[in-house]
Design a protein around this ligand. Sequence first.
Ligand SMILES: *[C@@H]1O[C@H](CO)[C@@H](O)[C@H](O)[C@H]1NC(C)=O
Ligand SMILES: *[C@@H]1O[C@H](CO)[C@@H](O)[C@H](O)[C@H]1NC(C)=O
Length: 280
Amino acid sequence: MLQILCLVLCGLLTGTCTDPGALLRLGMDIVNHEVQSAMEESHILEKMAAEAGKKGPGGKPIKGLSNMKVKDVLVPVITLNFVPGVGIFQCVSTGMTITGKSFTGGYMEIIVVLNITATNRLLQDEETGTPMFKSEGCEIILVSVKTNLPSNKVISKFLDSTLHKVLPGLMCPAIDAVLVYVNKKWANLTEFMPVGQMGTVKYALTSLPATMADHIQVDFSPVVQQQKGETIQLADAGETPKFPEHSAEGSSQLLLSATFLTAELALLQSSLDVTIQDQK
Ligand SMILES: *[C@@H]1O[C@H](CO)[C@@H](O)[C@H](O)[C@H]1NC(C)=O
Ligand SMILES: *[C@@H]1O[C@H](CO)[C@@H](O)[C@H](O)[C@H]1NC(C)=O
């Protein structure tokens, strides 16, 4: 079993790491998956739609439109892009039907297709030290607007001003609500995690994750502790570890240093009855 482990580790390492620590490159594959699943988990657009019909502190009345309801929210399509040095640009394409009684007294139906865009800035939570995203500059871009009302200047002016008044308040909180779910995924990152029965490892962040053109780089200084709470010192080594040159586009990689693995294996040593000698 240890031989298999060694093969796997050696394959991962390819002799490039000499630094104590672990480096994570979060590619678009993982980021996309996390944001999509946060969106699904939160059922946010459906909740927003349900809220829109209720009268509450958030639901401002709209001049010329009463009994407003939102229905038939389209499954959102999310597009993400890295913004170097900042975070992630997010575009949520969706659509919905807004109904109500118009100023003309008749039933009104507006079918709107729109994009919600915002920049999710990558910051550090001051209290916990974990990374977090915070949205900035949310905008609603109308892609198409259809209505049952006759098309004339008065109606299109009414529609335009109504939609520009209603939609940001309705949709922008969705971006923040989704980020709450995304941010939760970082939550346990810096907790102590068990390594078998013999000890724990904690992936402390060395610095704030940095956003590059095609990934987010997360730099860890792992703390390896024995069950009794004694920290195993990671041997110091000079060179910065390097990622392999050719990796699939959008993919994520995890680079573990030999010294870190040595410390982890040292934890398992007593139960495996082996001697670990080679730092490489
Ligand atoms: C809306 O977003 C989609 C997907 O990102 C994009 O293809 C489209 O051009 C956008 N439309 C507008 C009007 O910005
Ligand atoms: C974080 O840890 C708590 C308690 O151990 C657990 O209930 C929760 O599911 C964990 N969260 C994630 C995102 O793994």
